[in-house]
Design a protein around this ligand. Structure first.
Ligand code: KIV
Length: 274
């Protein structure tokens, strides 16, 4: 039974095979209802540490903990059967050493049952990527704009404005690619640079704010659904759920105040038992 479920789910091979092929469709999810809707429509679901900002109202992803990621990862895994599920390693859970990263990544893999972890990847992270992959943990890398480095960068800043910045990002991408990551998120870079990075690495690249030249795309699902009054420039809104929710709640409030809700249809009429 569990072998059947396993075989229906996409594997790391399916994701890695997308290099130069049909672009990978990737989205975020943090709770059970969402993956139930996304699961057979996308290739990869990321339980991103963006959960800190989207669900918990944190100003950045820096305050997200390992326990939060595990809890949200478990909820997503319970409701998904087909997509490849990746869980973000949060700030402070992997940077100190490959051993620290393995200890925490193993917790994620064992307690969540996901297929891989993702970590934001400066050049130093190459040793960690290799260490994890050699020990059985598939790693998705994340280069370019790294939200967990927002305190060093002084905000969420697009990368590759200068030659030095581009050279650094190329070194980072090549290092983690050679270390064995199966795919790589490229965030916040210009189109020509995304194309250059995509050409230079052997694994598929998944862009966010990085143009259609990447081997796939990822967005925060709540952004594309229009849940916020502000979204970054690189987001396309495919729905306006914020307005729909406001309208629904206005309707409910008006009905409650006018005693129109609950009506006959929503009210129990239980036969009295003798
Ligand atoms: O945390 C996140 O959601 C991400 C993205 C790539 C969207 O890292």
């Amino acid at each position: 039974m569990s072998a059947q479920v396993q075989s229906a789910r996409k594997t790391v091979r399916d994701i890695a095979a997308a290099k130069n092929g049909t672009p990978l469709v990737c989205l975020t999810a943090y709770t059970a209802p969402m993956p139930a809707l996304l699961d057979d429509k996308c290739d990869l679901i990321l339980v991103g540490d963006s959960v800190g900002m989207v669900v918990h109202g944190l100003p950045t992803t820096v305050g997200v903990t390992l326990d939060m990621m595990i809890l949200h990862g478990q909820a997503v895994m319970r409701a998904s059967k087909k997509a490849f599920v990746v869980v973000d390693m949060p700030f402070g859970s992997y940077e100190a050493s490959p051993e620290q990263a393995f200890h925490n990544a193993a917790r994620i893999m064992m307690e969540v049952g996901c297929q891989a972890v993702k970590l934001e990847s400066g050049e130093y992270a190459a040793a960690t990527v290799r260490y994890l992959v050699e020990r059985g943990i598939p790693v998705m890398a994340h280069v370019g704009l790294r939200p967990q480095a927002t305190n060093v960068d002084g905000g969420f800043k697009a990368k590759g404005r200068t030659e030095a910045e581009r050279n650094r990002a190329i070194s980072e991408a090549v290092a983690v690619d050679q270390a064995g990551c199966f795919a790589m998120v490229i965030e916040g870079v210009a189109e020509d640079f995304a194309a250059q990075l995509t050409k230079q690495v052997s694994c598929p690249t998944v862009g966010i704010g990085a143009s259609a030249t990447c081997d796939g795309q990822i967005l925060v699902t709540d952004d594309l659904l229009g849940m916020f009054d502000w979204t970054p420039r690189f987001v396309r809104r495919y729905a306006d759920l914020r307005s729909e929710i406001a309208q629904a709640v206005d309707g409910y409030a008006a009905d409650v105040r006018a005693r129109r809700f609950p009506g006959e249809k929503e009210t129990y009429t239980l036969k009295k038992q003798p």
